[in-house]
Design a protein around this ligand. Sequence first.
Ligand SMILES: *Cc1c(COP(=O)(O)O)cnc(C)c1O
Length: 364
Amino acid sequence: MPASPSDHPILFTPGPTEVSPEILEEMARPVIGHRGEEMQAILGEILPRARTLFGTAGHDIFITGSSATGLWEAAVRNCVARKALVPVCGAFSERFHEVALACGAPADRIDTEWGRAVDPAALDRALGTGAYDAVALVHNETSTGVTNPLATIAEVVRRHPGVLLLVDVVSSLAGIPIEVDRHGIDVALASVQKCLALPPGLSLCAVSPRAMERSRSARGKGYYFDFVRLKNCFDKRTPLATPSVSHIVALRRQLQRIEAEGLEARYARHRDMAAAVRAWAAERLDLFPDPAAASDTVTCVRDTRGLDVAGFLRALRRRGYAIGSGYGRLKETTFRIGHMGDHTLGGVRSLLGQMDEVLEGGAA
Ligand SMILES: *Cc1c(COP(=O)(O)O)cnc(C)c1O
C-alpha cells in the first residue's frame, strides 16, 4: 500500500520538523556576504516581522548562529546576577537549570510532577523569599507535551520587582501565541527547527530594556552571546560574527510565508492538528499529560498496551513517517508527535491513518 507521499520520512518529530521544499530552495541560493547592504536589507525585513511574531513593539531582536541551547546560556549569563529560579516540569526545563549551573549562575529548581503544568502559586511563594533576580521558564515542555500558563506565571513574576522573566519559547513560537509585551517577558528565545520549520542551526530572541540594563553590568558573560555587543550590531542591521547566511535568507522567506498565512490562521491550524492527535491518542492509547495543560504543538502519548515503542516507530518509518520517541525517562513508556510548523490537518490525518494500520497489523 502507498504510505508516505514523499521520498524521505516525513518529520513529525517535535524538532526538527519537516521543512518545505520552498525553504530548502532558499537555503540553496548563492551565499552572500554578511556585512553588505544586501544582508542589511534582509535583516531590515526580518527584524520587524520577528517582533510581530514575539508580540513586541520595542524589544531588541537578536539572531545567533547557534541552536536554542546557546541562547539559554545567553539568557543566564546576561540576566542572572544573584540567583535564578527554574520551574522544572520535564527534561527541557531540567536542562535549563543544568545550563544555568554550568554557566556558573546560582540556580534553584522548583519541581512539578512531569505531565503537569507549573504551579504559579508555588512559584509566587518561592519568589517571596526575595532570593531570586530571574525566573527561567520553559513555556512549552516538549518532553511531556505540556504548555505552561504563561499569562498567569508572568503576572506572578511581575509582582516581584527586580525579577526578570526569561522564557524558552522554543517549541511554541510561531505555533502558539506569544505576547512578550503584554506579559512583560524580558527574554524570549527560540531556535528555528520547531514551529518555524527551518533546518536546525539558527536561533532568535527578543530582549527587553530591563534585560539590556542587567546585561550592562553583568560580569563573565563572554563575547559571542553578550547582549550589549549583539545590540550594537543589530542596531545597524548587521550580525555579530559570521552567521549561517543561508538560514537568514530562508528565515526571511519563512516569515513572509507566515505573514501571508496570517498568525491567527497559523495558530488555529496548530490547534486543529493538536485536537486531531489528542482525539486519536485518547481513543487508541492515552494522553500522557494532564489534558488541561496539553500542548498544541506536540502530543506526548502514553503507551497503555505494552507496545514495543521502538518497533512501532521503526514500522512507521518504513511507511515514510518519523515521529519522536519518549524523551529521557519517558523513553520506554511514551512517544511524541510533533504537529508543528508547516504541517497540515490533512498531513496529520494521513499520519494517524498509518499509525492505526501499524497498530492493527500488530506490527508493533
Ligand atoms: C528543542 C528544545 C530545546 C533545545 O533546543 P536546541 O535548538 O536543540 O538547542 C530547548 N527547549 C525546548 C522546549 C525544546 O523543545
